[in-house]
Design a protein around this ligand. Sequence first.
Ligand code: ZN
Length: 516
Amino acid sequence: MRSISSDEAPARDEILRSLKAFPIDLLKIYPRSFCSKNGLAYGLIRTSEGKKFVVMGERSHVLKDAFLGNCHHQSSSLKLCDLSAENTECLMALFPYTKPVSLRKYPMTIGTGDRLGMATPGHIRAIKKFQAHPVLAQQSVRENGQTGRNFIEVIQDAAWAVFQENYQEGYGADGDHLKSLQDIKGALDAGISMATLDLSEKINPEALQEPKELIDQKFKEEIDEGDSKVIFHLFLGKEFVFKGPDGQFSIQFDEESVKRNTLLFCKGLDFTEEVYEWIRFRRGNQGSIDFEISIDETPFPTSPENHFFFALELSHRGVHIQSLAPRFIGEFQKGIDYRGDRDDFRRQFYQHVLIAQDYGNYKISIHSGSDKFSIFSDMGRLSKGFLHLKTAGTSWLEALRLIALGNPSLFREMYSFALSRFNEASKLYHVKADLNRIPNLEELSDEELPVLLNQEDSRQLLHITYGYLLNEKDKAGKHLFKDKLTHTLMQYEEDYWSMLETHIEKHLSSLGVKNR
Ligand code: ZN
């Protein structure tokens, strides 16, 4: 376990002295969390019953305090509180920095999904060293389905971690890959500050493939005559020129490409507009929600021409977004480096950046953004640090690395189980792992197990099977791995956080983000 650094030590000793006066089973304190407000001291500790929030001070003050918990009285009083939903609300009211906020005023943002709700302190420790702001609560509907959590719990876990680390710079909460108004409503009710609308079910990729005659016919049938006049007026007979430090390029449309893009995006654009207006109406003056559009899970790469068509249509409809996630050329697979031609990527990424800058001034958002070390410096340079990067599964993989180091037998069981579920899992996620390339588990010594977290195929295997690993139960209905996994992570939590700190730090420095 990490020892507490000397600058924290005096505070820690004083807190320990006060706490030891009470008959509680104190295992650990989180020194950065301790603070005083309105004459009371607040902080986080761990007892044999898990993490607890404490309120300490004069008896009359403690009794009047709003948090729910059990009181102990000596010469002073102590209240021991669960990290419950009610207490999270009190926490956010008393310490407003624990509540998610819009990050639209910050150029560099990074989303760090925390699937287990245990990684966030490590994320904060890395990000606070950089000129970047974090979206600490970031889960998709699909991830919540796999982990058995919901947006409320995801935000609660982030809020307590923010308090634990005394991180007061502001953080976001992203409802990721929301596909319906129902999804959006659930996420807004839970308190998100960012909504990512996934248009993959509203996009019509056939429009890029079908023969010209069919496109002509469909365009005539499906697009209102007045609308088609406006669209042709917007796009035809013009050259859209983009200039930047790496040179200029232009985009032109002919009638056929206008028709194809219209049929490709018309339902997605209508839906985006509907959701945008609905959120504005629902939020009233409750503060803005950062709005991202994701088209990264479509079956075709988003060409600069597609992107520009979409962007100009959005601005014509008066829809303002904070970020857009295209599907880039090449392969952006989960948890591993970029696969593809880096020159092609660089050229197209530059074009995406200039389009976003000129037609709405929004960020390019990089999904499946973890571990793309070979292209991070290009992304950072070409976007001039105006960028949103999303990572999630990579922190899960670091959790498994810790299990490999701290509890090798558990790791072996989990790994074998993951192998048995690979075929099913690979239907849910876009990966191209080849299991024949993975080293044989039986031939690896315990010390060699972390190798499996470095090899790309085994990384992908472990990346996409998290839902199966977390949900699997034995005949008695007990989780097969989840409880042992969280227990081991908790046992070595400081090590887990410092591994994450190093890992996320490597991402930010590779992107060229400046230190604070
Ligand atoms: Zn995505």
